[in-house]
Design a protein around this ligand. Structure first.
Ligand code: NAD
Length: 486
């Protein structure tokens, strides 16, 4: 079946999946299985790249860098915008793959795939202008921005295509070439993306290799890679940073979070509950920026809890391929085991469940019920760790300074939100939260022009906006003495 035929008939999981190295489709000697998390069935076999194939991809990217970095930025921007248009053309296929390998329902797949296309077109409008600091009779001093070389991008399984695009688009606009390694749990969308856009780029500019964590380690340590753009857990981020130290690679690390949401006493419980629900449970709570600790003022605690429970009962958890599904499964078996530990701990410690609490393991797929835990202790596992699954602690607060201190009492600082009608109070609280993004009366509002990144152990550097674009460049200062002829 040709690529065009595949596109017309949405996704074909039985494709013989190939990597893209130096503009060519390349198979591997061995493969690894890719599962549909809603059924637990193997849906595809992905290539397991050898280290020699990784070397090939890096060498191809290094060769391509010579021409790509010298290509006028307008052409690079046009190519990245064209990738966005190509994603739109293949949206049905990519969404089918995404739901198949990741589990997310149609609405989530649309958000991610069409969002990826928009991101490409918007990042393609960005550029870093040379800055002239001094320009007089005596001297001229300018700062310009030059690409780094080969970028290694390592991505997670929760938003496999969007988080790859967040790296590919700025890396290419800035004049770098890239080798992408998706999560072994969700390799298919990245493999397909590279395949469908190859004719838009010179060979070697955008390569994709697939494999397990060992391949990620080899990328972080590779001597010919200049920068690692990584999204994943804080634990893995530490390893990436340590490996990168050997050759002083640049790193952008987008890591875990334990985002607090602070709900003030002046909210309307019925109005705010659905918004809080989606703040916490979007993408089945497998979201770095999910609200993971819900601090509700004691005056409205019971009312907000009850509204949340009522709303949660209207939400359908199921196979993302079914049209009426709101929330899909846990994406993979190890994550399912990890989420289960939070349930086990809540039971063992005698915490009260406002909703859910029991996992039915007899059903196929890795499903967990939406679970709300009623005011567990502040030092409980559920409050201090990141479940990355649909189990949420509801916590009471009374004193503003105390809730701010509790919100900040974590190694993480990715995001946070504040909910209330009093603009002064919400703003005052927002400014005291140690987090890269603080939303007021909303969550999950992102933009290609809005810097996104973590404070503390949620990461280093940022993605999106000109700040994100700078991270794909070296700055270079050129000074000229005009006072004396030499
Ligand atoms: P993970 O850290 O297990 O894996 C991420 C990627 O790193 C995968 O491609 C994996 O193969 C690779 N990898 C694993 N070990 C490696 C090593 N030693 N060296 C190099 N690469 C290695 O993360 P995950 O489970 O896929 O994703 C979930 C985590 O990602 C959560 O903690 C979540 O909060 C975080 N996340 C953060 C953001 C953000 O923007 N800050 C966004 C999404 C997810």
């Amino acid at each position: 079946m040709t690529l065009t035929e595949v596109t017309r008939t949405a996704a074909n999981f039985d494709d013989s999946w190939t990597m893209t190295i130096d503009g060519r489709q390349v198979a591997a000697d061995t493969t690894f299985p890719v599962y549909n998390p809603a059924t637990g069935e193997v849906i595809a076999q992905a290539p397991d790249a050898t280290l020699a194939q990784l070397d090939d991809a890096v060498a191809a990217a290094a060769r391509a860098f010579v021409g790509w970095s010298a290509t006028p930025i307008a052409e690079r921007q046009a190519a990245v915008a064209a990738i966005g248009d190509r994603i739109d053309e293949h949206a049905e296929e990519l969404m089918a793959l995404l739901t198949g390998e990741q589990g997310k329902p149609r609405a989530g797949a649309e958000w991610e795939v069409y969002g990826s296309a928009i991101w490409c077109r918007e990042i393609a409008t960005q550029r870093l202008e040379m800055e002239t600091l001094v320009d007089d009779g005596e001297r001229r001093v300018v700062t310009r921005y030059t690409p780094l070389g080969v970028v290694g991008a390592i991505t997670p399984w929760n938003f496999p295509i969007l988080l790859a695009i967040w790296k590919i688009a700025p890396a290419l606009v800035a004049g770098n070439t890239i080798v992408v390694k998706p999560s072994p749990f969700t390799p298919l969308t990245s493999l397909k993306l590279a395949e469908i856009v190859q004719d838009l780029l010179p060979p070697g500019v955008f390569n994709v290799v697939t494999g397990g964590d060992e391949l990620g380690k080899a990328i972080s340590a590779h001597p010919d890679i200049a920068k690692i753009a990584f999204t994943g857990s804080t634990e893995t981020g530490r390893h990436v940073m340590a490996s990168a130290a050997a050759t002083i690679k640049r790193v952008t690390l987008e890591l875990g979070g334990n985002d607090p949401a602070i709900v003030l006493s002046d909210v309307d419980p019925a109005e705010v509950a659905p918004k809080l629900f989606w703040a916490a449970f979007q993408n089945n709570a497998q979201f770095c920026n999910a609200s993971k600790r819900l601090y509700i003022h004691e005056d409205v605690y019971d009312a907000v809890r009850d509204e949340l429970v009522a709303f949660a009962r209207t939400v359908k958890v199921g196979n993302g391929a079914e049209a009426d599904t709101d929330l899909g499964p846990i994406q993979n078996a190890p994550q399912f085991e990890k989420v289960k530990e939070f349930f086990t701990d809540c039971h063992a410690k005698g915490h009260t469940f406002a909703l859910g609490g029991e996992i039915d393991e007899s059903q196929e797929g890795w499903f967990v019920p939406v679970t709300l835990v009623d005011n567990p202790p502040e030092d409980s596992k559920l409050v201090t760790e990141e479940p990355f699954g649909p189990i949420l602690p509801l916590l009471k607060w009374r004193d503003e300074n105390d809730v701010i201190a509790r919100a900040n009492d974590t190694i993480w600082g990715l995001g946070a939100s504040v909910w209330g009608r009093d603009d002064k109070a919400t703003e005052r609280i927002a400014r005291q939260i140690e987090a890269g993004t603080v939303w007021i009366n909303e969550v999950h509002q992102y933009s290609p022009h809005q810097a996104f990144g973590g404070h503390k152990q949620s990461g280093i550097g940022c993605e999106n906006s000109l700040h994100g674009l700078y991270e794909y460049t070296n700055w270079q200062t050129i000074t000229r003495d005009r006072s004396n002829a030499v």
